[in-house]
Design a protein around this ligand. Sequence first.
Ligand code: ADP
Ligand code: GLC
Length: 484
Amino acid sequence: MKVLSVVSEIYPLVKTGGLADVAGALPAALAHHGVETRTLVPGYPAVLSKLDAAETVHSFDHLFGEPARLLSATVAGLDLFILDAPHLFVRPGGPYTDSNRQDWDDNDRRFAALGLAGADIGRGLLADFVPDIVHAHDWQAGLAPAFIALAGGGPKTVMTIHNLAFQGTFPPDRFAGLGLPGEAFATDGVEFYGNVSFLKAGLYYADRITTVSPTYAMEIQTDGDGMGLGGLLRSRTADVSGILNGIDDGLWNPATDPLIASTYDVDNLDRRAANKAALQARFGLEPDPDMPLFGVVSRFSWQKGLDLLTDALPRLVDAGGQAVILGAGDHGMEAAFAHAAVSHTGRVAVHFAYDEGLAHLIQAGSDAILVPSRFEPCGLTQLCALRYGAIPVVARVGGLADTVIDANAVARAAGVATGIQFAPVTQDALDAALFRTLDLWRDRPAWRRMQENGMRTDVGWDHSAAEYVALFRSLAVQKEGSSG
Ligand code: ADP
Ligand code: GLC
């Protein structure tokens, strides 16, 4: 079976969040199940610069204003098609924003081009690779299922929601420039409260819809958490499912990780202590092994709930804790964390950057990893924490609810707890969770048991890849049935 994955970022070439991790790791996991994946990505400078040898497999005379090419290349073990359209993708800044973090004004055309190229490949543009399934990720790929359905046929399509908050919404006057037939600007189409929504397009036209955890799949079908799309998703409930993300457990392996100070595994947990010491030293924190050290690795946005942590830090410090915060984003949050670091030297440290090496050291050296998200489709940092023997302290939402076993009395009696969950996502509940964590820290045998449980949890891709394969195969069978 052949799958074309259409996505706007992919690790290790270009990444702004977990979407890239998933796009980068899923193909190898699917390959174990006999599925061949090619991934279509935009030709940003960050992608083009990593191509050693690329073959031109198609030339477009005209793609949204200018000529463009489809390249084929294998980079870092990933089989890629690259949409080389310099007028759309070769510019400074990030995949979606300019150097001032403002959205590019032509994001509608940039990602309509991605969707159109994906649909064309899906419909047989390249004789060497005709996919059975087109798998579109998030709004940037949302027009791929739309172009396929509106062209009257092609492969089966799956739309995966990694984050319902990002919908790719554009004013109605942009519709005419997208190359879609006029009838698509309708409630039964790409129109969304008078605008054009790329995500809605994908959700409306795709054969199946998945998201990245079972709990988030339920949450997004409610009016409260559906972000305006709850009704549409409810109307398609039989086609909606949740498949948990995994992490690349080769890249994230404390037994072999070159980015940490001391490697360890579940049978040699004592060797983990050197990582905490290294982390404390690197950040000028008091070098005390008995002070519980809380780590954060995150984008700073409303979603992540970290504004609640800025308020809680003084109480955490008073109770004997330390915190290391790695992340970037919202300027107000950066300022609040910077202030906390100055007020609590030796106890609170911050680093505002995207830094992969540091992310690994924080996972290996922190006692607990905090993820107080207001919503979280899946979340990957709590999975890394489990694998690295850091106790995840998480909000009971989305994929966080599905991947962490709260240390309640029943779970502890059964010896299966792996972390702490709290709800609702309020200041009081976060404070209470931090104090529960500190209580558990004092019970070292219980703490160690949780670490061991977490490290023995399977957080890799194999199980979830099998679920994707089952979904893809069921769709391919339907297609054979309908065409034969
Ligand atoms: P989201 O995609 O919503 O940002 P996830 O938890 O799914 O959240 O994925 C975030 C990914 O980005 C993880 O791989 C995490 O380790 C990484 N990450 C986030 N912030 C940073 C940072 N400041 N430095 C390094 N890695 C980061
Ligand atoms: C999104 C979500 C995150 C998820 C990631 C990968 O960015 O915010 O929860 O883990 O996508 O699916």
